[in-house]
Design a protein around this ligand. Structure first.
Ligand code: GLN
Length: 553
């Protein structure tokens, strides 16, 4: 049996039925949020069933954005959703993959941690999972741990995690509940809402010994009474626990629509948990209302490359960037219209007027050569035409490369990531990274997680942050080459944020008098922006875009 814990922590497992990509992450975040609004201490976890030890080695076109936690773990983008909805900072222990679990169990076995026992897939893998779930709850002092299991029921991949749910429920029947997020299609040709896939998904889950207590029925449309009854009857769940979750305009409305169905009350009742307060969703409601009401548009071009998967466009690769733009925009009362620009389209240069319909241009983080010259051309255009520009990580490094090439006149200046033999290595590899790369030691070895930066008086960064020192999350191997700093500064580039020892350039900008907003960060401010507390640099960028639009009229 799993080790007992003292606290009476409750566990809500969220599993997927029918298919993935129907909003399990936002559902998990929203469940956490409505329970937090009842005065409870809530933490959220994600389990990813793939073998990768973390998400850091995956191409974003495979699996969306790689989110970075404060502690430095590279994880799934859903962790970002949890942090944003719960307005909390999660620990590295709140995320696990099959790879991480197995790696630990095997290491423990090698260290005689199982004291001579035969170490088996069951029970030892689920026990390790349960241990992690409990520890995350304990560490957060949580009343409730909401755990999202990636993938859908019926897949081989997540069977051992479902086994963990079964075992924990056997140990603590009153403390564990399972929510299935299912998809209820309305096939075009049939024109009727079909519940059969959901029935099959519940049966698949039942075959593992787990029964869902709740079904969140995702669909284009709201469930009608007939469909609700049908799901309830065939899936063996009372009617009020079948929650209709139709498509909404904004993800921020989802917690509110869950509360219309009194989901927090139902969950608390199921778990015999007393709320500490009536539902306090006031600030969130105000925010969601604001988000739906703004009409004054600001057009932001996000210039990236992780868009195409086959014939489809995947903006998920930049989800935190998109959310951070929205937070900043709603704060100043404008509606952000995002244009996904493929940098490969500008490899040969930007034609006059091509980018003039955008009020702001953002180059997010990235790796490798594809589309890089396109990004540099776009940055040059933004600088020369005084279009507000915001560069994140790679977007900052390329902004410095562009400045070196076109203002300092250092032809062929580059980042050594792309051209190791460049005559002008403006962006160089960090010394400690060189060895790791030579050993092909790529997993979890970048400069990761939160590091402090000191801000320089009289700069845009300092004015926006209103602080002397900030802490921001990083994910990079390269940096502005210290040998070129003097030269860059002499030509007007300002390094407005620096590591406390003055070695690493964390923020670069042009003074206000020269350009309305031309700023880049070596770190990723998008990871810490929250709906109710937008990141100051994003607010500053969108504000500059709004003002720029004003001047164009
Ligand atoms: N490729 C760059 C580096 O490793 C930038 C990384 C990023 O944008 N996250 O430094």
């Amino acid at each position: 049996m799993p080790k007992k814990t003292n606290r009476n922590t409750k566990y809500i497992f969220v599993v997927g039925g029918v298919m993935s990509g129907v909003g399990k992450g936002v559902t998990t975040s929203s469940i956490g949020m409505i329970l937090k609004a009842r005065g409870l201490n809530v933490t959220a976890m994600k389990i990813d069933p793939y073998i990768n030890v973390d998400a850091g080695t995956m191409n974003p076109t495979e699996h969306g954005e790689v989110f970075v936690l404060e502690g430095g773990l590279e994880c799934d983008q859903d962790m970002g959703n949890y942090e944003r909805f719960l307005d909390t900072t999660l620990g590295d222990g709140n995320y696990m993959t099959t790879g991480a679990v197995y790696q630990h169990v095997i290491e423990k076995e090698r260290n005689l941690g199982y004291k001579g026992k035969c170490v088996q897939v069951v029970p030892h893998i689920p026990l390790e999972v349960i241990g992690r779930v409990k520890r995350a709850g304990e560490k957060a002092g949580a009343d409730v741990v909401v755990v999202e299991l990636g993938g859908t029921v019926g897949e081989y991949e997540n069977i051992l995690f479902i086994e963990a749910i079964r075992m924990l429920k056997l140990e603590q029947p009153d403390n564990v509940t399972t929510v299935m997020v299912s998809y209820v299609p309305v096939p075009n040709k049939i024109g009727e809402m079909k519940t059969k896939p959901t029935q099959h998904a519940v049966r698949a889950l039942n075959s593992t010994g787990v029964h869902p207590d709740f079904i969140i029925a995702r669909s284009d449309h709201a469930l009608d009474a007939k469909r609700k009854e049908k799901i309830a009857l065939h899936c063996n769940i009372s009617k009020e626990r079948v929650i209709s979750a139709p498509d909404v305009d904004s993800i921020y409305d989802i917690p509110l629509s869950f509360e219309k169905a009194e989901l927090s009350d139902l969950l608390l009742k199921r778990l015999s948990l007393k709320p500490k307060s009536p539902s306090k969703l006031g600030p969130w409601k105000t925010f969601a209302r604001k988000a739906s009401k703004v009409s004054h548009e600001v057009h932001i071009a996000v210039v990236g490359k992780y868009f195409d998967t086959g014939d489809f466009v995947l903006s998920d690769a930049y989800i935190s960037v998109l959310e951070a733009i929205k937070h900043g925009a709603y704060k100043i009362g404008v509606k952000p219209v995002i244009h996904w620009i493929n940098s490969k389209d500008y490899t040969k240069g930007v034609k006059k007027g091509d980018l003039d319909r955008y009020d702001g241009i953002l180059v997010p983080g990235g790796f490798g050569e594809t589309g890089i010259e396109g990004k540099i051309h776009v940055i040059e255009y933004a600088r020369k035409n005084k279009i507000p520009y915001f560069g994140l990580c790679y977007g900052m490094q390329l902004m410095v490369v562009e400045y070196a090439r076109h203002v300092l006149g250092l032809q062929g200046a580059h980042t050594v990531e792309i051209n190791p033999d460049t005559k002008y290595p403006i962006i160089d590899i960090m010394p400690e990274q060189k060895k790791l790369m030579a050993e092909s030691n790529y997993g979890g070895t970048m400069r990761l997680g939160a590091y402090p930066a000191k801000l320089v008086q009289g700069t845009i960064a300092k004015t926006l942050y209103k602080k002397n020192e900030v802490s921001e999350r990083h994910r990079h191997r390269y940096e502005v080459n210290p040998e070129y700093i003097e030269q860059l500064e002499a030509e007007g580039l300002v390094f407005s944020g620096q590591s406390p020892d003055g070695v690493l350039m964390e923020i670069a900008e042009l003074p206000n008098a020269v350009h309305p907003f031309f700023l880049g960060t070596q770190f990723h401010p998008e990871f810490t922006s929250r709906p109710l507390s937008p990141h100051p640099l994003f607010v500053g960028f969108v504000k500059a875009a709004k003002e720029y639009r004003g001047t164009q009229k």
